[in-house]
Design a protein around this ligand. Structure first.
Ligand SMILES: [Zn+2]
Length: 327
């Protein structure tokens, strides 16, 4: 048992308890009523539920601030990062080390759940990498949403891998590990990958995640398809309540309404998009339209850290770039 005592304020997520006390049982759950146990002095502190980093790429924790990767256009950044991954060779051991560092950083700033959109896959079914990341989370006591991503992967192989990972890690009764699927975006993957990963999600009851309307995404969708990314996602059945879309920097008012009407969730990652110059999501307008908006750091290769509280402050600082319309 652990008793957190003496806090100035306990914020439960829906209510404020002045001077409250929180007791945690041996299974980590909050318990009510008098308990005995170790006391943690929280004088002068605010106690909150664990924060959620809703969009991360934990592997990039091992690839931060490489030469030629800061403040560059996404069309230059993506191949430079890909070359760095290829030069080192991504394997289970590297995935475990990067995830351990990224998850430790998360826990140190109050985050207890991290959604890891993993996009770099060596040959094989990927189960070793997924298990390595889940083991890092388990060792540190973090909650993990592991997203079997794809970035130009063979569609059939990506789907087979997602199937194998869902079978290996899905259905965790403790809820400490969840599995999701997610192409990197319409700039990297075509309709077949979106369809096949969608089939895997349906079979296993997983959520779907992707990224849209960052710099390269809009450019490539225009060049390759003559369309906007969100039009393609809609056509491919990926604007739906079980989908979370990261970034959403360059979106029009009509697109915000479309995302809201479809019941899609969004994530905002100013600590990645602002310093890189890739845009700023109109987070307040999305939220006002009824879109649930989570905050994420995105990966350490674009965000040069993974500190969600620092990025929450940045989110407040950049919010006036998209003033709310007067009502
Ligand atoms: Zn991202």
């Amino acid at each position: 048992m652990l008793i957190v005592r003496g806090a100035e304020l306990v914020w439960t997520g829906s209510a404020e308890l002045p001077g409250g006390e929180v007791a945690c049982g041996s299974d980590g759950r909050v318990v009510t009523g008098p308990v005995d146990g170790d006391v943690l002095d929280a004088s002068g502190c605010v106690v909150t539920p664990g924060l959620v980093n809703a969009h991360h790429h934990l592997l990039q924790t091992a690839f931060r601030t490489l030469p030629g990767t800061r403040g560059v256009p996404m069309r230059d950044w993506l191949p430079r990062m890909a070359a760095a991954y290829a030069a080192v060779g991504v394997d289970d051991e590297l995935a475990h080390a990067a995830a351990s560092a990224g998850l430790a950083e998360a826990l140190l700033c109050g985050v207890t759940t991290v959604a890891d959109h993993h996009l770099t896959w060596p040959a094989g079914d990927g189960v070793g990498i997924a298990r390595a990341v889940a083991a890092a989370a388990g060792d540190l006591g973090a909650r993990l949403v592991f997203v079997r991503g794809s970035a130009r992967d063979d569609p059939q192989e990506a789907a087979a891998s997602a199937d194998a990972i869902a079978a290996a890690l899905g259905g965790d009764p403790t809820g400490m590990v969840q599995v999701a699927v997610g192409p990197a975006g319409v700039h990297s993957d075509g309709a077949e990958t979106f369809a096949l990963l969608g089939d895997v999600a349906r079979r296993h009851g997983l959520r779907r995640r992707t990224q849209a309307n960052e710099q390269v995404d809009v450019e490539v969708a225009a060049q390759r398809y003559g369309r906007r990314p969100l039009e393609l996602l809609d056509e491919w059945g990926w604007l739906a309540p079980d989908v979370t879309i990261a970034h959403l920097c360059d979106v029009t008012g009509d697109e915000i309404a479309r995302v809201a009407a479809a019941g899609v969730s969004a994530t905002h990652a100013p600590g990645c998009d602002v310093p890189m110059g890739w845009g700023v999501a109109p987070a307040a307008a999305l939220a006002d339209a009824g879109v649930p908006v989570g905050l994420g750091t995105s990966g350490g290769g674009s965000n040069d850290a993974g500190h969600l509280l620092a990025d929450a402050r940045l989110a407040m600082q950049v919010a006036p770039r998209h003033p709310r319309p007067r009502l």
